[in-house]
Design a protein around this ligand. Sequence first.
Ligand code: ADE
Length: 243
Amino acid sequence: MRVDIITLLPGIFDNVFAESVLGSAIRNGLIEIVLHNFREFGDGRHRTVDDTPFGGGPGMLLKPGPLISCLNDVRQAAQPAPVIGLTPQGIRFDQQVARSLAGYSRIILVCGRYEGFDERIVNEFDVQLSIGDYVLTGGEIAAMAVVDAVSRMIPGTVGRQESVEQDSFFDGLLDHPQYTRPATWEGQVVPAVLQQGNHAHIESWRRSNSLLRTAVARPDVFRAAAVSESDREYLQKVMKRRH
Ligand code: ADE
């Protein structure tokens, strides 16, 4: 997969893309990241990319000219790709969106700075993505989150694809609790069922803990999850026991 990132701060990505899972995915050719600094398309001697908003108001907006010239250049550099703007006004980036983006052979991410984009830039986006209901100083950290989550969905990036399939949200539920050695640590004991090695019992323990965690911590995620009749019966039993 090729990811083009349009930004004023290309250097900010260096370490994130050099290390760990992303670093090896890039070295192994599974992902190609191409950074583009739209400052190079800025106006005049100072390569200006922003200006004050019409109608007044605080801060500066990104002008359409430099960024869209850069975007047009990037669009022409390889095969067609969706143009994704990172903005707090976008649709919420979640595991489902990550999975659908992983199906593309190329995506273009556009990172803003300052108070925002002139609306004529926004008109160039096929979709806007937000990583949460808070305002970052720019889209770069959001772009890193998108690249990181999407790259894990590309076969070969994570050692064993089963580990991706068992991730929180993969099947629409939060992950169940997990333990490693030692079996007892500072008086806290790993649940006996996990130590006993009966796979059917382990699966049922994991499923029920995922269900319970999701129902309690994220009722919104729970409502959208594929929950079976037997899952519901289990939860009703647990809830009754608790009251
Ligand atoms: N740019 C600024 N805030 C953002 C957010 N929450 N998500 C995506 N891009 C952003």
